[in-house]
Design a protein around this ligand. Structure first.
Ligand code: SF4
Length: 234
């Protein structure tokens, strides 16, 4: 069967349990319930995007997270100059920016027929040949730089004049960040971190073979209650 477009989260879901991924994402036999933490995270993302698009004040419940957002904006070069103002250098500042790559590794539309991979960048700043890609994180601090590598890859393909990409997880509830810089010359090495997983995913779609990968999720946290490993929550 034709493979679905992948993203960091769908690839992670596939690696966690191919069977669950297939039942939920591919065949849509089961639906994942959105937990309170995920709903809260979505709310925070929406409020930050809305603030930068409208410049309306943030709701009071965003106050604990705002210092880290401001620190990240400062890190990218600040938010004070706008088109037409003195000091404006043509920086592009984008929020919830959707970037997609085709099967031929070309930038493409999100819903293009040949779309292969997708990434959403919570805050993306392009300043000449330098880019900043930030991801707002609302959960526990889990430094896994694979997602940062993907941000850099998608930026390098979408903005071919960018030679240096600074990436960041902004841990909003912890006032911390994880930052890493990648260079255009790193592209081949960066893809190397994903080759095995992407080939495995491709083969799974080709053969429609989806392994069961039991874990703690089987104890009532997985929606696939027809799986032989599924058990109710204790
Ligand atoms: S019950 Fe466990 S093994 Fe079965 S699909 Fe769910 S996570 Fe995978």
């Amino acid at each position: 069967m034709k493979a679905l477009p992948w993203s960091h989260s769908s690839l992670t879901g596939y690696k966690t349990c191919p069977k669950q991924y297939s039942e939920v994402k591919v065949y849509k036999n089961f639906k994942e319930e959105q937990g309170d933490a995920a709903a809260w995270g979505n709310y925070i993302h929406e409020q930050i995007e809305l603030h930068f698009k409208t410049r309306n004040p943030l709701p009071d419940n965003m106050a604990p997270y705002w210092p880290q957002v401001q620190a990240a904006v400062e890190w990218t070069g600040g938010d004070r100059t706008h088109p037409g103002e003195p000091g404006y250098r043509g920086r592009l500042m984008m929020f919830e920016q959707k970037l997609a790559l085709s099967t031929k590794l070309k930038r493409c539309d999100w819903f293009a027929d040949d779309v292969w991979g997708r990434a959403i960048l919570d805050m993306l700043v392009i300043d000449g040949t330098i880019a900043y890609a930030c991801d707002w994180k609302t959960g526990k601090v889990k430094p896994d730089n694979k997602q940062l590598k993907l941000f850099a890859l998608f930026v390098f393909y979408h903005f071919p004049y960018v030679t240096e990409c600074h990436t960041s997880f902004e841990w909003l509830q912890h006032n911390k960040f994880t930052r890493e810089t990648f260079y255009l010359t790193d592209v081949a090495t960066l893809w190397g971190s994903f080759t095995t997983d992407l080939l495995e995913l491709r083969d799974a779609f080709r053969s429609e073979t989806w392994q069961e990968r039991p874990s703690g999720l089987c104890n009532g946290w997985c929606p696939v209650d027809t799986c032989r490993h599924w058990k109710p929550k204790k």
